[in-house]
Design a protein around this ligand. Structure first.
Ligand SMILES: N[C@@H](CCC(=O)N[C@@H](CS(=O)(=O)O)C(=O)NCC(=O)O)C(=O)O
Length: 216
């Protein structure tokens, strides 16, 4: 049995929850809630699982902890007979990983910095340092990123090319975070919005918040 330590409605946990469903691994996974609103993810017990103090973290059968959404997705995708989310050919692996990381740098992680620095974030007990200007700069960076991905999706159906991949899941996570912080994605970015509407038709994207029966 695989254990995923996460919080049921977080944007980054969403990425792994969507991947688990896309890979039909839900019956092999149990979820353990870590209440980041209470700062549980910054306590020594959890930091021993993940030095970076972030969610999600996967624990595999031999006890190894794997943090980082991309790494967790790579592990899960490698369990099956052929990769479904991280690329089969060397070229596809390279392009998918590039676009996945680009989503993080140019959109998702930028929104996260805005959340933690230019909004109340997780509250004063968790946010020990905030820099509002930096947060606002990252918000503007994310909006530039939205324009970039709109151009990408004018030319191809998915973020990394012709097939659904880990990079699409990362961008879905970005939309989840944008919704949480009420960051409006400009309506004129029609290719991006059309892509998102298509993503919302996937069952894995419709119910990622409700798949966990947390073992707290
Ligand atoms: N690079 C990490 C980032 C993970 C991350 O920031 N997770 C959030 C969880 S959530 O905000 O998406 O719910 C977190 O732990 N935030 C807590 C904090 O930053 O204090 C990854 O890809 O897993």
């Amino acid at each position: 049995m695989l254990t995923i330590f996460d919080w049921y409605n977080g944007p980054y946990p969403a990425r792994v929850r969507i991947a688990v469903q896309e890979l039909n691994l839900l019956d092999q996974v149990r979820f353990v809630s870590v209440d980041l609103w209470k700062g549980e993810h910054k306590k020594p017990e959890f930091l021993a699982k993940n030095y970076s103090g972030t969610l999600p973290v996967l624990q595999i059968e031999d006890g190894t902890y794997i943090a980082e959404c991309t790494a967790i997705t790579m592990y899960l995708d490698s369990l099956g007979p052929t990769p479904l989310l991280t690329g089969v050919t060397p070229r596809d692996k390279g392009v998918i990983h590039m676009m996945n990381k680009r989503v993080e740098i140019e959109f998702l992680d930028a929104i996260s910095v805005y959340f933690h620095h230019a909004t109340p974030g997780l509250g004063p007990d968790v946010e020990h340092y905030q820099n509002r200007e930096w947060g606002l700069r990252m918000r503007d960076k994310a909006l530039r990123g939205a324009h970039y991905f709109n151009e990408v999706l004018k030319a191809q159906p998915y973020v990394a090319g012709d097939t659904f991949s880990m990079a699409d899941i990362a961008l879905i996570g970005g939309f989840v975070f944008a919704n949480i912080v009420k960051l409006e994605i400009p309506a004129e970015l029609t290719a991006l919005h059309t892509w998102h509407a298509r993503m919302l038709e996937r069952r894995s994207v419709q119910n990622w918040e409700t798949i966990s029966n947390p073992v707290s």
